[in-house]
Design a protein around this ligand. Structure first.
Ligand SMILES: [Zn+2]
Length: 63
């Protein structure tokens, strides 16, 4: 069997600096490793991640 045991993830492209990076599967938000911008992640398909928009709470200083 040629089954991959690699951890599944989705590739997204940062809307701020256009850097491509991977997010852990099922993650609802992740930060770009290049510009540190945090993004909300959605999963239209189990293996396909998509950026929905910025994490506004971070920008407004909330938390
Ligand atoms: Zn970025």
């Amino acid at each position: 069997m040629a089954q991959k045991t690699k951890e599944r993830h989705g590739e997204v492209r940062c809307l701020n600096c256009f850097e491509r990076f991977y997010v852990a599967q099922g993650a609802t938000k992740d930060a770009c490793p290049k510009c540190k911008m945090e993004w909300r992640i959605s999963w239209p398909y189990p293996d396909t991640a998509k950026i929905r928009g910025p994490v506004w709470e971070k920008l407004t200083g909330g938390k």
